[in-house]
Design a binder for this molecule. Structure first.
Ligand SMILES: NC(=O)c1ccc[n+]([C@@H]2O[C@H](COP(=O)([O-])OP(=O)(O)OC[C@H]3O[C@@H](n4cnc5c(N)ncnc54)[C@H](O)[C@@H]3O)[C@@H](O)[C@H]2O)c1
Length: 368
């Protein structure tokens, strides 16, 4: 199969959909990998590295899109790329179609087939291609919190680990899913005092088991969150109810109860935020102060570390790309129900119930 990897054109996006090692795995399996020159630059992979791993470098996006049967990307196509969508092409990327009517209509009209990273779902309900970015974001949340607790950045001037004779910072994590567990383990590793709240007992039990009791787990209620807010130096918001806007679990009174110069990092801001006072910020202006508390609300935190994020993402996507390339999408989907759930659009027909519901359109069974 001819597999193409264009350079990402979304503003600030430095990730790339395939590492040189991934290119080598596809080339060794007998496929042709076409990579747009410079596509890996933002993640620190240069053209020579790809060439030495068996990729064919091409100038500009046109050749990649027009000559490939399977295109691997990170972000959804932008309007400038809609013209490349066509029958016979399979696009494998994050699509988030339910929130993007323009793209949904462009894909349907074009006859393309689109497999969305975010709807690939394992039998246990987990979303294997969302996990790596949540792992990255959970860990960045602690790094960002550490940074904004420093006095020149408006923080209380607290060292996360403390020093002998001076207690460490109190970190409170709301939500014990992928983001929450990653944030909690890094914060504990850095020496902070960590409390994690969730409504799912099995998640709290899991964390307690893996941390050998080194962090406190608490059932999440409004009253318990208010109590934790009073002693927190850093609150990390990581609450999600799948497929819905994040529930606001920490109200404004709880934010008011926090001490001046303490920090909130609301990772769930990409789903609307789980803390009453947070709103989305940007890489160039990541924070604002409300009720004396520094708020951090960057919705695309993995973009801060494109190299790590590219490696983590492609570790997760490569097995699916190999399966599609080996057998073709219909056969690969027949063998793997998780992959089948990723098919959002097949030859221009909507096949993802959630996307169809979002626009009141008919949903078709994918055929394979
Ligand atoms: N900002 C970013 O760059 C970025 C990157 C990756 C993920 N995210 C977001 O982070 C959020 C968390 O993602 P995740 O992968 O950890 O999700 P997850 O589903 O693994 O975990 C969410 C957790 O929230 C818990 N929860 C639900 N209601 C709760 C309540 N009332 N109180 C406490 N906990 C509650 C759930 O039980 C679950 O354990 C999502 O909104 C995701 O989109 C943001």
């Amino acid at each position: 199969m001819v597999i193409g990897v264009p350079r990402e054109i979304k503003d600030g996006e430095q990730r790339v959909a395939l590492t040189p090692a991934g290119a080598s795995a596809l080339a060794e399996a007998g496929h042709t990998v076409l990579l747009e020159r410079g596509a890996g630059d933002g993640s620190g992979f240069d053209d020579h590295e790809y060439e030495s791993h068996g990729a064919r470098l091409v100038m500009g996006a046109d050749a990649v899109w027009t000559e490939s049967e399977l295109v691997l990307k990170v972000k959804e196509p932008l309007p400038a790329e809609y013209g490349y969508l066509r029958p016979g092409l399979t696009l494998f990327t994050y699509l988030h179609l339910a929130g993007n009517e323009g793209l949904m209509r462009a894909m349907v009209a074009s006859g393309v087939t689109g497999v969305a990273y975010e709807t690939i779902q394992s039998p246990d309900g987990s979303l294997p291609l969302l996990v790596p970015m949540s792992e990255v974001a959970g860990r960045i949340a602690v790094q960002a919190g550490m940074q904004y607790l420093q006095a020149p950045n408006g923080g209380r001037g607290i060292l996360l680990s403390g020093v002998p004779g001076v207690p460490p910072a109190e970190v409170v994590v709301l939500g014990c899913g992928v983001v929450g567990v990653n944030a909690a383990s890094l914060a504990v590793g850095l020496g902070a005092q960590v409390t994690v709240l969730d409504v799912r007992h099995e998640r709290l039990k899991y964390l307690d088991d893996i941390m050998h009791g080194r962090c406190v787990t608490v059932y999440s209620t409004r009253a318990n969150i208010l109590r934790a807010a009073r002693y927190a130096d850093l609150v990390i918001g990581a609450v999600l109810v799948a497929g819905e806007r994040a529930p606001v679990v920490m109200d404004e009174d709880a934010v008011r109860a926090m001490r001046r110069g303490s920090v909130i990092v609301d990772v769930a801001v990409d789903q609307g935020g789980c803390i009453a006072t947070t709103h989305a910020t940007s890489m160039s202006e990541p924070t604002y102060v409300k009720h004396g508390v520094v708020h951090y609300g960057v919705p695309n935190m993995p973009a801060l570390v494109p190299r790590t994020s590219t490696l983590a993402l492609t570790n997760a996507t490569l097995p699916y790309a190999l399966a599609i390339a080996r057998a073709g999408l219909p056969d690969a989907a027949r063998r793997d129900p998780a992959l089948a759930l990723g098919i959002n659009v097949q030859s221009g027909r909507l096949t993802c119930p959630a996307v169809a519901r979002a626009f009141g359109l008919d949903c078709h069974e994918p055929s394979f």
